[in-house]
Design a binder for this molecule. Structure first.
Ligand code: HEC
Ligand code: HEC
Length: 189
């Protein structure tokens, strides 16, 4: 393929991808994309790899379209005798629709601080993210470390076969988080 034709094809692909991800985002919230330092971070938080473990209810979601987890699994399953790690091991299953996994433990945020990302406006999610009463007692420095090093965050960029990665590279996300924190972690209106 010539360079010009490759660029044209890439442009069409990018437009189609933009329209598709717009559809997914449109399903999660009905508002315009936010502006400001938090905007790129929000795009990652609202992507399926992050939303599926940070749902609005107690049940994790599955796949790029965010279906409910099969077998009625929920945040309460471990107490009921079915730990997530029965199926989610320390590495991804090598086949499509196999259970993903990463070391250490695969789990949802706790019931007393459920940390939902799904269906939140950029303003609300931004405020929740930096509120130590709702984010597991994290300072802004802790948040930086979480975004940079947490194994469950890093898993998003190595999610196993058949799952899309978030809409920007992991190091680009960390740079956006640093820029946001450097400005005092402002939230969109
Ligand atoms: C397997 C489930 C799982 C996945 C997938 C997951 N998380 Fe989390 N996340 C958790 C758990 C559990 C906690 C609470 C642990 C803690 O506070 O250290 C958490 C906490 C957080 C927090 C701190 C809480 C807050 O509201 O400030 C952030 C930020 C975060 N996750 C970002 C992400 C991002 C970004 C992704 C996607 C790239 C992601 N998570 C994917 C389980 C998950
Ligand atoms: C009985 C086995 C089993 C148990 C128990 C289980 N899961 Fe799963 N889970 C799976 C399988 C299999 C998949 C892959 C489904 C697919 O890709 O179609 C999956 C996928 C997921 C995904 C979707 C990943 C993505 O982004 O597509 C999340 C999130 C998840 N599980 C969270 C949990 C949590 C949290 C628990 C415990 C509360 C749990 N699961 C318990 C089998 C299980």
């Amino acid at each position: 393929m010539s360079r010009a034709r490759y660029l044209a094809a890439a442009a069409v692909g990018a437009v189609a991808f933009g329209a598709l991800s717009g559809l997914f985002r449109g399903a999660a919230r009905a508002e315009d994309p936010p502006a400001g330092e938090f905007a790129p971070i929000y795009r990652v938080l609202e992507s399926p790899r992050c939303q599926n473990c940070h749902p609005s209810g107690d049940a994790p979601h599955i796949g790029d379209a965010g279906q409910r987890h099969r077998m009625n699994v929920s945040r309460r399953s471990p107490e009921a005798g079915l730990p997530c790690t029965t199926c989610h091991r320390t590495t991804n299953a090598a086949f499509v629709h196999g259970p993903p996994g990463v070391s250490p433990e695969w789990r949802m945020p706790p019931a007393d601080q459920p940390m939902p990302f799904e269906g939140k406006s950029a303003h609300d999610l931004c405020e929740q993210l930096k509120d130590p009463k709702r984010n597991g007692g994290k300072s802004l420095a802790d948040l930086h470390t979480h975004f940079e090093k947490d194994p469950l965050v890093l898993w998003g960029w190595d999610p196993g076969p058949g799952r899309a990665v978030p809409p920007m590279a992991h190091d680009a996300l960390v740079k956006h988080v640093d820029a946001w924190i450097a400005k005092g972690a402002p939230c969109p209106p």
